[in-house]
Design a binder for this molecule. Structure first.
Ligand SMILES: Cc1cc2nc3c(=O)[nH]c(=O)nc-3n(C[C@H](O)[C@H](O)[C@H](O)COP(=O)(O)OP(=O)(O)OC[C@H]3O[C@@H](n4cnc5c(N)ncnc54)[C@H](O)[C@@H]3O)c2cc1C
Length: 353
């Protein structure tokens, strides 16, 4: 057995799940994270009012058994997403918005109590800080006779095994592999959609949930846009009130102020001038995040090649694992997939010892 650690590239949900399991099994590991924060595509921003707004992953369902089990193990609850009984619905730009009755939902969405980042924080508490290095951008990996060399912008580290948790296309495009990545992995990975990589999230915090006083739930669905869907994102218990939704990704090239005004123009149609009485505006433009997104050569379908079996094949003698949400066999792209694949890889590494 090599004395070098397992190197996990990426401190998102998948990487931290693997790290948590390796820590419990006393397998030495090191997590290298490019950003100056953990969480990856889980990001809760707290503005000056303290209102938390999810810029990344938010919802899960009861069917997502892997993440539900992990949350239960860590003592974190879930709470049903408020949808209300009615929603604003805009079918066409030529007809006015309507109020529609929402049917009973047999498969409701849930949010993580204390925000999605509560899960990242809980995992971090279980992992010694010395085992996680931030602002370490992995640039290359090299197979050697008895393991791997991992090149970051600062140093070269040895590893007994490597777990990549980058979205597969990002891995191919940004980390040089010596010898080169095998075919057809390269082809499949390069054509694997990075889930939500083109999305823009927008959120306004308010001092009061004024929409409720108008008898509105805050839920909106629009074919007209630019916001396609929006929800009440309040935490009543904490006195935080917010509306949060998805802005059409084509607006990534605008400025923040321009995007804010675009969304307000839409909200004024439903809520009048009260929409302008927001305390803060937050947005997450994931396309501009180099450690999540890299442009495609040609358009891909949502979820294209997510969950492809090739990612779960053994590479470099079974010591290089291609992980991350997009590589899970079930619910690929989702938080559940990230946890599922993180658990699976940890179990495989522990079994090799
Ligand atoms: C806007 C948005 C909304 C979403 N909504 C939902 C939702 O409601 N429900 C749901 O289930 N899922 C949702 N998702 C998907 C969910 O966020 C992901 O499934 C999950 O967070 C992925 O975790 P991961 O660890 O696999 O990948 P990531 O979180 O992407 O982690 C990969 C990590 O690798 C790091 N990294 C990248 N390059 C390098 C490098 N060269 N060297 C070192 N580190 C590197 C990154 O910084 C990152 O921390 C959403 C995602 C987005 C963006």
């Amino acid at each position: 057995m090599s004395s070098s650690p397992v190197i996990i590239i990426g401190a998102g949900l998948s990487g931290l799940t693997t790290a948590y399991r390796l820590q419990k099994a006393a397998v030495p590991f090191l997590v290298l994270e490019a950003r100056d924060r953990m969480g990856g595509r889980i990001l809760t921003v707290r503005n000056e009012t303290g209102t938390p707004i999810e810029m990344g992953a938010t919802w899960l369902g009861k069917k997502h058994t892997a993440i539900n089990a992990l949350l239960a193990e860590l003592g974190i609850g879930i709470t049903e997403q408020l949808m209300g009984k009615q929603a604003i619905y805009e079918a066409l730009s030529t007809s006015p918005p309507q109020l529609v009755q929402l049917p009973p939902n047999n498969d409701p969405s849930y949010r993580i109590v204390g925000t999605s980042t509560a899960l990242i924080d809980a995992l971090m508490k279980q992992i010694p800080l010395a085992n996680i290095r931030l602002q370490q951008v992995v640039k290359g990996i090299e197979k050697t006779d008895d393991g791997f060399l991992v090149h970051t912008q600062h140093e070269v580290l040895t590893a007994a095994a490597i777990v990549s948790t980058l979205p597969p296309r990002l891995l191919m495009q940004t980390i040089k592999c010596t010898p080169t990545w095998p075919e057809p992995l390269q082809t499949i990975a390069n054509q694997t959609h990075t889930w939500m990589g083109e999305s823009i999230k927008v959120g306004f915090s308010y001092s009061t949930p004024f929409w409720r006083a108008k008898g509105l739930s805050g839920t909106l669905f629009s074919n007209v846009g630019p916001v396609g869907e929006m929800y009440d994102h309040s935490d009543d218990g904490q006195g935080y009130y917010a509306l949060k939704g998805f802005l059409n990704g084509v607006y990534h090239a605008l400025t923040k102020a321009e995007r804010c005004e675009l969304v307000l123009q839409q909200l004024r149609k439903y809520y009048g001038e009260q929409a302008d009485q927001y305390t803060t505006y937050e947005e997450g433009v994931w396309r501009q995040e180099p450690y999540t997104f890299t442009d495609y050569d040609q358009s891909l379908l949502p979820h294209q090649n997510n969950g492809h079996a090739i990612f779960r094949q053994p590479f470099f003698g079974g010591h290089f694992f291609i992980g991350g949400a997009e590589t899970a066999s079930e619910f690929p792209g989702y938080m559940d997939g990230a946890v599922r694949r993180g658990e699976e890889i940890a179990a495989a590494i522990i079994a090799q010892r």
